[in-house]
Write a protein that binds this ligand. Structure first.
Ligand code: UTP
Length: 303
């Protein structure tokens, strides 16, 4: 039976990072607001949370992140203008982001790391497990992950992280997990290393941007010293939790095999746009036609 403690109703979306990989585009614009086709990346993430039943969303923002709040708020002037023009289709698209979820915001004064961003959520989250969705990580809605993770948390307790197999030469870009099998599709995480060199990686299972965390994580984060890059690392706190069940653990992993895009990475961002544009019924046919010609004419050797 599900205990009241395991009811998950809140989503936390850290979006206070500096987005240095995308400079200068992110000098005055949050990277989460960069469009993926014609919708900002962050809206896909909020849609994912609400699709999993999480309509209480806390976004961790910071300096230069005001457009995030504006995007999920009403814009009466724009709505009036569209209404006057009779452009009901665009009007409903503009309004969609304002009715998705109950949005809350907290500012992370200094971007001192993902762990520090999560710590800013403590007063809002309280004493219940909660979901974390990184604001620059897109999971294709056809490959549900969060629901599976929430179910695993109800069944096994503790905290759940999402893992994805990566090429061994890319482990230095992620946190990597040492694991043992537990049950169908669920692994016990026995250790974590942040951005290891291939020789030191405990596996090629990389942590991706979805978590279901026991509120014990706040106490652990409060006692975790700054780690790699001088930042408070969530991976370091999860490492502690993986070795001590009394501290928000055990930590379990769910391996994701679906489609995922890290929109904070320029290459992945471009791939996300091309793929999603190709699949869009309104834009896809025309875009695919152009893409085929482009590849055949401009890249004949790979065409
Ligand atoms: P990243 O590692 O992608 O860092 O953060 P970043 O600063 O956003 O981007 P780069 O590497 O400089 O290009 C992972 C997630 O953690 C959030 C980010 O917004 C992103 O969703 N984050 C990171 C915070 O909210 N606060 C921080 O202090 C650091």
């Amino acid at each position: 039976m599900t205990s009241p403690r395991s009811r998950i109703s809140k989503a936390v979306i850290p979006a206070a990072g500096l987005g240095t990989r995308f400079l200068p585009a992110t000098k005055a614009t949050p990277k989460e607001m960069l469009p993926v086709v014609d919708q900002p990346a962050i809206q896909y993430v909020v849609e994912e949370a609400t699709a999993a039943g999480l309509t209480d969303v806390l976004m961790i923002t910071g300096r230069n992140k005001r457009p995030l709040e504006d995007h999920f708020d009403r814009n009466y002037e724009l709505e009036d203008a569209l209404r006057r023009k009779g452009d009901t289709e665009r009007l409903s698209r503009v309004q969609a982001s304002t009715t998705l979820a109950t949005m809350h915001y907290v500012r992370q004064g200094d971007p001192k790391g993902l762990g520090h961003a999560i710590l800013c959520a403590a007063p809002h989250v309280g004493d219940q497990p909660f979901a974390v969705l990184l604001g620059d990580d897109l999971i294709d809605p056809r490959d549900p992950l969060l629901t599976t993770m929430m179910e695993a948390q109800v069944e096994h307790g503790g905290s759940i992280i999402a893992l994805m197999e990566v090429d061994p030469d890319r482990t230095h870009l992620y946190g990597c997990a040492a694991v043992e099998p537990v049950a169908d599709g669920v692994l016990r995480v026995t250790g974590l290393v942040e951005k290891p060199d291939p020789a030191e990686a405990p596996s090629n299972l990389a942590i991706i941007g979805r978590y279901v965390l026991d509120p014990g994580v706040f106490e652990v984060l409060g006692k975790t010293p700054p780690g790699r890059g001088g930042e408070l690392q969530l991976t370091d706190a999860l490492q502690t939790m993986s070795t001590d069940s009394a501290l928000g653990g055990p930590v379990y992993g769910v391996v994701f095999k679906g489609r995922r895009y890290d929109t904070g990475d320029r290459g992945d961002y471009l791939r996300a746009i091309v793929r999603l544009a190709c699949e869009r019924p309104d834009l896809g046919p025309e875009f695919q036609k152009w893409l085929r010609t482009y590849v055949a004419e401009e890249m004949p050797t790979i065409g």
